[in-house]
Design a binder for this molecule. Sequence first.
Ligand SMILES: *[C@@H]1O[C@H](CO)[C@@H](O)[C@H](O)[C@H]1NC(C)=O
Ligand SMILES: *[C@@H]1O[C@H](CO)[C@@H](O)[C@H](O)[C@H]1NC(C)=O
Ligand SMILES: *[C@@H]1O[C@H](CO)[C@@H](O)[C@H](O)[C@H]1NC(C)=O
Ligand SMILES: *[C@@H]1O[C@H](CO)[C@@H](O)[C@H](O)[C@H]1NC(C)=O
Ligand SMILES: *[C@@H]1O[C@H](CO)[C@@H](O)[C@H](O)[C@H]1NC(C)=O
Ligand SMILES: *[C@@H]1O[C@H](CO)[C@@H](O)[C@H](O)[C@H]1NC(C)=O
Ligand SMILES: *[C@@H]1O[C@H](CO)[C@@H](O)[C@H](O)[C@H]1NC(C)=O
Ligand SMILES: *[C@@H]1O[C@H](CO)[C@@H](O)[C@H](O)[C@H]1NC(C)=O
Ligand SMILES: *[C@@H]1O[C@H](CO)[C@@H](O)[C@H](O)[C@H]1NC(C)=O
Ligand SMILES: *[C@@H]1O[C@H](CO)[C@@H](O)[C@H](O)[C@H]1NC(C)=O
Ligand SMILES: *[C@@H]1O[C@H](CO)[C@@H](O)[C@H](O)[C@H]1NC(C)=O
Ligand SMILES: *[C@@H]1O[C@H](CO)[C@@H](O)[C@H](O)[C@H]1NC(C)=O
Length: 718
Amino acid sequence: MTRLPVVILTSFLSVTAFAVPYAEYILAPSQRDLSPVSVHQANGTVINAAGVTTSGSGGTTFNSVSAVTYDYTKNIGGLVSFVISSSSDSEQYIGISFTESSMWISPDGCDATQNIAIDETLWFKITGPGNYSVEPLHDRGGFRYLNVYHNTTGNVTLSHLQTYFTAMPHFPDDGLRDYTGYFHSNDEKLNRVWYAGAYTDQLCTIPSTAGNSLVDLDATDPDVPTVWWSNSTLTNGSSAFTDGPKRDKLIWPGDFAISVPGVFLSTDDAITVKLSLQQLFASQNATTGALPWFAQPVHVFPDNSFMDFGKVVFSFNYHLFTLLGLHNYWIYTGDDEYLQNNWNRFKLGLNYSLSFVDATGLANVTSSFDWLRVGMGGHNIEANSILKHTLDVAVALAYAVNDTSHVASWSNASTAIASAANTLLWDSTASLYKDNETTTLHPQDGNVWSIISGIASANQSTAISSALAARWGPYGAPAPEAGTTVSPFITGFELQAHFLAGQPQRAIDLMRFMWADFMLGDPRMTNSTYIEGYDTSGALHYPAYTDDARISHSHGWSSGPVLALSTFAAGLHVLNASSWVAHPQPGNLTNVEAGFEVGHGKYAANYSITAGGAKYTFSTPKGTKGSLVLDVPTCNGEFAILGNVSGNDGHSKSKRGSGHTKSFHWSKQIKHRGFEASPWRCGVWGPSSPSAHSSANDGSITIDGLAGGNYTVDITCT
Ligand SMILES: *[C@@H]1O[C@H](CO)[C@@H](O)[C@H](O)[C@H]1NC(C)=O
Ligand SMILES: *[C@@H]1O[C@H](CO)[C@@H](O)[C@H](O)[C@H]1NC(C)=O
Ligand SMILES: *[C@@H]1O[C@H](CO)[C@@H](O)[C@H](O)[C@H]1NC(C)=O
Ligand SMILES: *[C@@H]1O[C@H](CO)[C@@H](O)[C@H](O)[C@H]1NC(C)=O
Ligand SMILES: *[C@@H]1O[C@H](CO)[C@@H](O)[C@H](O)[C@H]1NC(C)=O
Ligand SMILES: *[C@@H]1O[C@H](CO)[C@@H](O)[C@H](O)[C@H]1NC(C)=O
Ligand SMILES: *[C@@H]1O[C@H](CO)[C@@H](O)[C@H](O)[C@H]1NC(C)=O
Ligand SMILES: *[C@@H]1O[C@H](CO)[C@@H](O)[C@H](O)[C@H]1NC(C)=O
Ligand SMILES: *[C@@H]1O[C@H](CO)[C@@H](O)[C@H](O)[C@H]1NC(C)=O
Ligand SMILES: *[C@@H]1O[C@H](CO)[C@@H](O)[C@H](O)[C@H]1NC(C)=O
Ligand SMILES: *[C@@H]1O[C@H](CO)[C@@H](O)[C@H](O)[C@H]1NC(C)=O
Ligand SMILES: *[C@@H]1O[C@H](CO)[C@@H](O)[C@H](O)[C@H]1NC(C)=O
């Protein structure tokens, strides 16, 4: 039995200044002109190959047929230029090629952007000394290795080689490391994982005019390197938030479901999210309300087959991800005006989704397009979970815009989905949901979303969490709905699902072995940004693509640990610009801290094991309101909560409660309830506060109605 927690609210003076600490982990460069760091490999007769690296000096001479592969030691992106100081004659050639993974180093081409072959090498005729640079349309957004190939007899000498870093174009040249968020823990692997996620999102933020790399998707010859460029304009501003900086360089709403929160928790780049979201809404069909699979560029020329395809294809889930994107943007910015301006589009879109719901209460999905999984159709559990989640979000937003006319019908639709999914799709033998009624396949996407959406009850969530963990392979969590795929995108949601199921250690273990050991540590990776997908065998083969060179090694949809760590492990859940839940879930970490500043204020939290128990400090913005949720430790003990809340009545307050775990006699504001009955889900909080859903189960303590401010919680085992 747990002894009575004693809760004391007294005055508490904090002197901690909010700076952004742990800058040593930030991977973004301090300025934009980047020389290579080291020589990965040199072939042929090259004099002083390292001359043009950051640690070298003097020129680098290529004699006869020769090549050097330079290593930036992390993924970067931008415009390459080099200075020729001398050449034997005016008939020399230099070829430049790029690759993210070391697997595709070649003088004859780059890794790939199209469906087939590799991308062509960029050739320069060297007519004499001078500065040679690629044209802006050859802004290679993601590469770690830069290959310089000299294919002729004679020689050339380079005195300088650089890449002008173009990601985050609207940030000051020396401001790329000005993060507004941070994360740190006693686990170095997790620290690196968080910062690589934040950096991945930065690389995905490209110049608006450098969009759309899918310009030769019709290429058919596997032996001929494809032409490549990207010069579509993606937004009505200077930046665009894309899926990946090498490819597709397009605005995809599915990716947003993971990467948008990551942006707010690290760089608070609200303007890019807003511009990109606006472009998704701009592509909405005004009659049906259908939103696009990906956003059409503002300007694209010439038209290409994929853009045309994008005008007609519909994805049930990606449509919903745009609606959820608006919610995510609004949560962190509190931009009510933007929400209001897009509210009719939101309603029209949600109404379209509801038109797929049949007599069972479930949506019958008739379009196969999703995140490139297979078998997306019928009463699919992922689609219905995401629809339920969106309906719950819609209810919360309806109160925010004071348009509650649909609240009852949306709530009913949400309840009906949960009920029908549990009747038709729950497989109690496997402790997992089936993909649809006509299959025995238990998908990863639908099961993790069943937890996030609340379709799964507390007991089901616990069971699903165990069943998913039991399927893990050595390289990650499998997504059997996509063959032998490991999807860091869907696994990003799986991280959230384990936390929501009260299994933080599983999420932490998964981040350690999948993101840190494999996705950063494997030598084929960039050691800095996250690959979009791979095979359960550990092969860098994404089953959705025939061309392995095409895989993006920097995909925002793989940055899920940023949210998982800041929001769940450190416990800073922003529900909207005026409410939050603080709920640390450190697993067996002995210290975990995170902080961030968004439009409506600053958040910080720090959980540390102490000699007698643990201490949790947290800070939330003035004028907000929230709840503290504490998992009851295994020891007997007490909690002491000290808060300094500006705007309070100024008097110290003291609250006490006593009794056994199951019969606390709390005052009105202080309730004991089971974590398993948690009513708030991943950023959704409707009109009612958590206390409305309190239960008498063991598991956690909730204290509602806390004003934004600085708090210290001492958890003492007795
Ligand atoms: C380059 O070639 C020219 C002409 O053959 C020769 O004079 C020069 O010494 C060579 N430079 C180097 C660095 O090998
Ligand atoms: C260097 O030679 C190796 C072995 O022949 C080859 O695999 C590699 O692609 C070459 N690299 C360059 C940059 O030419
Ligand atoms: C060469 O030209 C490029 C493109 O204008 C520029 O970014 C780069 O700084 C120039 N290099 C040098 C050494 O001036
Ligand atoms: C070197 O490459 C250029 C550009 O592709 C080509 O025009 C030239 O013929 C090549 N030279 C040799 C000797 O292969
Ligand atoms: C909107 O959708 C309808 C029904 O699918 C279709 O007929 C129409 O062409 C679409 N409108 C646009 C502008 O794409
Ligand atoms: C993009 O570049 C291609 C290849 O040079 C060119 O044909 C096309 O007109 C350009 N498009 C835009 C929008 O600038
Ligand atoms: C039902 O799920 C299975 C397994 O994913 C899939 O093969 C099948 O195509 C799905 N049915 C529909 C109608 O999409
Ligand atoms: C879903 O709709 C399609 C097309 O109307 C229909 O053929 C199919 O039977 C429906 N699936 C279910 C599970 O009702
Ligand atoms: C909704 O109503 C509340 C209370 O009347 C008001 O404070 C708020 O500004 C309104 N919000 C919108 C978006 O109209
Ligand atoms: C990977 O990057 C980290 C810094 O983020 C560095 O400490 C480590 O040495 C790198 N690993 C390899 C194999 O280069
Ligand atoms: C935390 O738990 C994992 C297993 O889930 C274990 O490998 C690790 O050693 C534990 N760390 C500590 C500090 O206890
Ligand atoms: C919390 O502490 C910070 C740093 O000392 C301070 O700036 C802020 O005003 C405090 N918040 C409240 C609500 O007292």
